[in-house]
Design a protein around this ligand. Structure first.
Ligand code: NDP
Length: 291
């Protein structure tokens, strides 16, 4: 029987630490501020944005949700980002993805000031991550690292397999595991002998987006199994990528869905916004000649 990793608890611990830091900043007259832009009517995106604003309230941040209609042009969106880049009360800017098809996501993400890019998706911050110099770490993979840490299992020297190679989950996930000296394999839809590769993993992270994708034969006895997937099964119930009932007895540690990686993503967003606020306050103090 695996130990179930309680993502809600680990996320609550991260948020409590962030809230404590925010209290300390408040004494200095600093309130971290996060702006979230949502374009269009995607119901899942609306829920994510609402949860992000709620988390800001919980930890004592200022938040602003900018809601724009589906027909918003790329130019309008870039103008909004430009004005947020210049605002002193906004430390973090997040554009909820996906954007409508007529808008170039890369151009929009690239327009966010790297100092306010709390999702860490801009080429600058991705580059920083690659060279091991990342200030903002991408929220979902950073959250997974916190969950692994909570198990007490050392990453160093372990066989780590990541299924998925997206820019927002798979690739940065692999990079963070590598930075902790894991021996990392990245799998994707063209990987041959996927089950065999996965079955050698001490730490297995699935970020595919398909229900019941990871089955017991793909899991090593005692492995740490992290399920990033957010899917809905035939009954419309939320589920991950892992066939939980058959994998759980074999794994050493496992994340549930919901209640695993999901809550961590928002907690790490709060952490990044806090970091941004501290950096922005330092750079403002430097400009005004204060120490
Ligand atoms: P993408 O669709 O961008 O990437 C999915 C990856 O899975 C791709 O690299 C793809 O390979 C790989 N894949 C697809 N089919 C197979 C297969 N048969 N065998 C091996 N690999 C395969 O998704 P994301 O990375 O954006 O998200 C992944 C999942 O994580 C989704 O369910 C998403 O909802 C969830 N998610 C959860 C978050 C959270 O907070 N918990 C945050 C972000 C995402 P290829 O590149 O070859 O096509």
């Amino acid at each position: 029987m695996a130990i179930i990793i309680d993502g809600k608890q680990v996320a609550a611990d991260v948020k409590a630490r962030v809230a404590k830091e925010a209290e300390r900043l408040a004494e200095l007259g600093i309130t971290p501020g996060l702006a979230v832009i949502i374009v269009g009517d995607d119901p899942a995106s609306k829920i994510y944005v609402r949860n992000k604003a709620k988390a800001c309230e919980e930890v004592g941040f200022y938040s602003e949700v900018i809601t724009k209609p589906e027909k918003t042009t790329q130019r309008e969106l870039l103008e909004i980002i430009d004005s947020l880049n210049k605002r002193a009360d906004i430390d973090g800017i997040l554009v909820q993805l996906p954007l409508p098809k007529h808008i170039n996501e890369k151009a929009v993400i690239g327009a966010i000031s790297p100092k306010k890019d709390v999702d860490a998706f801009s080429p600058f911050n991705v580059g920083k991550l690659m060279i091991g110099d990342g200030v903002f770490l991408p929220c979902t993979p950073a959250g997974v690292m916190e969950l692994i840490k909570s198990t007490g299992v050392e990453v160093s020297g372990k066989n780590c397999v990541v299924i998925g190679r997206s820019n927002i989950v798979g690739k940065p996930m692999a990079m963070l595991l590598l930075q902790q000296s894991g021996t990392v394999t990245i799998c994707h839809s063209k990987t041959e002998n996927l089950a065999e590769v996965c079955s050698k993993a001490d730490i297995l992270v699935s970020a595919v987006g398909r229900p019941n994708f990871v089955t017991a034969d793909m899991v090593k006895e005692g492995a740490v199994v992290i399920d990033v997937g957010i899917n809905h099964n035939e009954e419309g119930k939320m589920c991950g990528d892992v066939e939980f009932d058959e994998v759980e007895p074999k794994a050493g540690f496992i994340t549930p869905v919901p209640g695993g990686v999901g809550p961590m993503t928002i907690a790490m967003l709060m952490d990044n916004t806090l970091k941004a606020a501290i950096l922005n306050a330092k750079s403002a103090a430097k400009k005004s000649g204060k120490k």
